[in-house]
Design a protein around this ligand. Structure first.
Ligand SMILES: Cc1cc2nc3c(=O)[nH]c(=O)nc-3n(C[C@H](O)[C@H](O)[C@H](O)COP(=O)(O)O)c2cc1C
Length: 409
């Protein structure tokens, strides 16, 4: 073999040193390639009680594990030799265009996970052209969220309280602030048993005990933010100091029925979506009641454990009511591939809860941007690999559900 000395002009193109990224946060986020990577960063940076509150689910956490497993058990069937040079991930959802087939789900106590909280979520969603949902248990007011993301599309999530007048006062404020859709959550007649919270002695707001202080030492940024920004409080409720489960059980009304839904319908001028639907008969009843959308969801596994897996329920619900209302889905989504599978099986739209919160905990607004960027990349690449250029081209033929679990008989 003949060898030669490398020449300077041959070496130059090889030596492409990247300008060093000075921001540690940006470096951290760029290294995260998946939502699970963001989860790991989030875990390192967030006190145990707050992380577990987000990451955990009810009882044995079986509902959540099964929902994720169902997405993992998808087999994609690609079509070949299609021109996929451009892909379009937009569609119309509840009367308006969205840039991507997912939005941000409502989550309570969000500023406890990271101090930028709902403002980070709402501004990131507005920048990406997707809806942001504010929870009744949110930690930023209805008006502040609207003001932070004036060009954004905001949805308000309602928990029906024992005090109906106060619930309706919130609905009224959301309408005045320009929120276009009301998500009525119906899967919390009582609080689910979140055992991690009980074991961690989790309270709202977090209390400084010997254990929390010890846990804070390796997480100085969270505590610095927590102690030097506006105190954590519910934006829609009076102050509360106690456990989460007690709060939920004090607030929520276990007597809410379909009749109450009709009553809410009369007072809300925008679209109504019912969140927490878990059976075909209930979906049919809601279609008959004339709601605009339903969200197949088991609350991210945080309520009834061993609940139906929304992704498994999807095909039969779409078959029964898909022509009368929009069918949305959440629970267990950790990748763009999960979202593509749900759309292929007939979901009109999806929502992400923890995937958003892991990004938030990993890096505030920039972290939520990273969550959206990761999911967008995965959706676009999966569509191309499947040989489709629009969401409407995705069909059940693109997805085989390898059923590990299914009802007997
Ligand atoms: C920390 C946390 C708080 C939540 N708070 C609410 C809430 O206040 N209202 C509500 O309707 N759903 C709430 N949810 C459920 C989400 O809206 C959504 O249904 C769920 O997170 C979807 O599952 P995923 O986390 O696997 O994406 C919460 C979920 C989490 C993880």
């Amino acid at each position: 073999m003949k060898r030669q000395l490398p020449k300077a002009h041959d070496l130059r193109p090889l030596l492409q040193f990247k300008k060093p990224e000075l921001s540690a946060k940006t470096r951290r986020l760029e290294k995260a390639l998946t939502i699970d990577d963001l989860r790991k960063v989030a875990k390192r940076r967030t006190p145990k009680a707050a992380f577990d509150y987000t990451d955990g689910a009810a009882d044995g956490e079986v509902s959540l594990a099964r929902a994720r497993e169902a997405f993992g058990d998808v087999e994609f069937v690609p079509s070949i030799l299609r021109d996929v040079s451009t892909v379009d991930t937009s569609r119309s959802v509840l009367g308006r265009s969205v840039a991507l087939p997912f939005g941000i789900a409502p989550t309570g106590f969000t500023r406890m996970m990271q101090t930028e909280g709902e403002i980070a979520g709402a501004t990131a969603a507005a920048a990406a052209g997707i809806p942001f949902s504010l929870s009744t248990m949110g930690t930023t007011s209805i008006e502040d969220v609207a003001a932070a993301a004036p060009g954004g599309r905001n949805w308000f999530q309602l928990y029906m309280w024992k005090d109906r007048d106060r619930s309706m006062a919130l609905v009224d404020r959301a309408a005045k602030a320009g929120y276009d859709t009301l998500l009525v959550t119906v899967d919390v007649p009582v609080a689910g048993a979140r055992l991690r919270d009980v074991r961690n002695g989790m309270t709202i707001p977090p209390k400084l005990s010997a254990r929390t202080v010890a846990n804070a030492v390796p997480r100085p940024a969270w505590w610095f933010n927590f102690l030097t920004t506006e105190p954590l409080a519910f934006a829609s409720l009076d102050s509360w100091s106690g456990t989460v489960a007690d709060l939920l059980d004090t607030m929520f009304d276990p007597t809410v029925t379909f009749e109450d839904l009709a009553w809410i319908r009369e007072q809300w001028p925008g679209k109504i979506s019912v969140k927490g639907v878990q059976s075909v008969p209930d979906a049919v009843r809601l279609a008959d009641a004339g709601v605009d959308a339903i969200i197949l969801s088991n609350h991210g596994g945080r309520q009834l454990d061993r609940a139906p897996v929304p992704f498994h329920l999807l095909p039969s619900v779409v078959k029964e009511v898909g022509s009368s209302l929009e069918v949305h889905l959440d629970t267990g989504i950790m990748s763009g591939q999960d979202i593509v599978a749900a759309i292929a099986h007939g979901a009109d739209f999806t929502l992400i809860g923890r995937a958003y919160l892991y990004g938030l905990m990993a890096g505030g607004r920039e972290g939520v941007d990273r969550t959206i960027e990761i999911l967008r990349g995965q959706i676009e690449r999966t569509m191309r690999l499947l040989g489709v250029t629009t969401l409407d081209e995705l069909t059940p033929d693109h997805v085989v559900q390898l059923r590990r679990l299914g009802p007997l008989g």
